[in-house]
Design a binder for this molecule. Structure first.
Ligand SMILES: [Cu+2]
Length: 158
């Protein structure tokens, strides 16, 4: 009896379920984030518009604080209202810091990750993201100098 259960468990663990073959995450970058998973465009989602702006020596996201519940999917509707290029990168504070260091070394690095977008002035872009665990996450513009003058926001998931 125990052996049968064990064998069943082994089969379940080692046979890849074919339904997962079309998981959207597999088509994107493998640069996953602990902040969650790429969203499903066909699933229910809450839209949050976030403007990118600069002026008076500051650069910012508006709003820059967002509250989300665990398991919720969010469509970030990004609008660059500024005069210069900006980006939006979502992740844990540690991921953002590591990414920022990489950007200092390679300022022209382009992102194709599902948790990031780069916008020319007046451009718009959407990121659909599902927050799967509780915690405090960040979104930031990692173009060198931008985060340092305020271009960072916070997502609290609970
Ligand atoms: Cu920026």
């Amino acid at each position: 009896m125990r052996l049968t259960v064990l064998l069943t468990v082994l089969v379940l663990v080692f046979v890849p379920p074919p339904v997962l073959a079309h998981d959207p995450a597999e088509h994107g970058s493998n640069h996953a984030s602990a902040a969650g998973v790429p969203g499903d465009p066909n699933a229910p989602t809450r839209t949050i518009e976030i403007a990118m702006r600069e002026g008076d020596g500051k650069m910012l996201f508006a709003p820059n604080t967002i509250d989300v519940t665990v398991g919720e999917q969010v469509r970030f509707k990004l609008v660059n209202e500024g005069e210069v290029e900006h980006e939006f990168v979502l992740g844990t504070p540690q991921e953002i810091t590591e990414h920022a260091e990489m950007m200092q070394a390679m300022p022209d690095m382009k992102h194709s990750d599902p948790n990031a977008a780069r916008l020319q002035p007046k451009a718009t872009s959407d990121i659909v993201w599902k927050f799967t665990s509780a915690g405090a996450f960040e979104f930031a513009c990692l173009i060198p100098g931008h985060r340092e003058v305020g271009m960072v926001g916070r997502v609290v998931v609970r």
